[in-house]
Write a protein that binds this ligand. Structure first.
Ligand code: FMN
Length: 167
């Protein structure tokens, strides 16, 4: 695919509104690592599975694909700065945010809308990314509004539309 077509595809993918997450783990030296991701999706309730895709060019690619545990932190409306911190190549991202350790040791970011602590269930090779499928071992959800991402920019919900369909 040429550069122009690639950019058009990227823009077309960007028309899908998403939330923003920070994916976290500990590397083999026990140092916290994390990156911003909007490719998160819930997958299954039983077993409880979710997914996120990671770029093969990420400095943390080996750490995440070889880790036993990782966490998804769903960012809340006030956490744009956190999203930017974990999307930039800066040395110690975790010194700039408040976080605690989950039982498995993975970092959980304070102030998130929700977090999911996962065991790495499967890694699926997918082009220039790999899909990390996690089995949720613990989770918590706050009532706070989430941070949105659409066409390359952040947004927050001003008001809720009509109630969605619930089972
Ligand atoms: C809103 C947003 C969403 C992103 N989503 C992803 C994603 O789903 N997967 C991914 O690998 N990178 C994603 N990125 C880019 C990574 O956050 C970024 O490349 C990474 O933090 C670079 O640092 P690293 O090489 O140290 O991992 C996203 C960035 C932003 C701002």
């Amino acid at each position: 695919m040429d550069a122009e077509k690639r950019k058009a595809l990227r823009n077309a993918f960007g028309t899908f509104m998403t939330g923003v997450t920070v994916v976290t783990t500990l590397d083999s030296a026990g140092t916290p690592q994390g990156f911003t991701a909007n490719s998160f999706s819930s997958v299954s309730l039983d077993p409880a599975l979710l997914l996120v895709s990671i770029d093969k060019r990420s400095a943390n690619f080996a750490t995440f694909t070889e880790s036993r545990h990782f966490a998804i932190n769903v960012l809340s409306a006030g956490q744009q700065e956190t999203s930017n911190i974990f999307a930039q190549k800066i040395p110690d991202r975790f010194s700039l945010v408040d976080w605690v350790e989950a039982d498995s040791g993975v970092p959980l970011l304070a102030g998130s809308s929700a977090w999911f602590e996962c065991e790495l269930w499967q890694v699926v090779d997918a082009g220039d990314h790999a899909i990390l499928i996690g089995k949720v071992v613990e989770f918590e959800s706050q009532g706070s509004a989430g941070l949105g991402y659409y066409r390359g920019a952040y947004f927050t919900a001003q008001h809720h539309m009509a109630q969605g369909v619930t089972a």
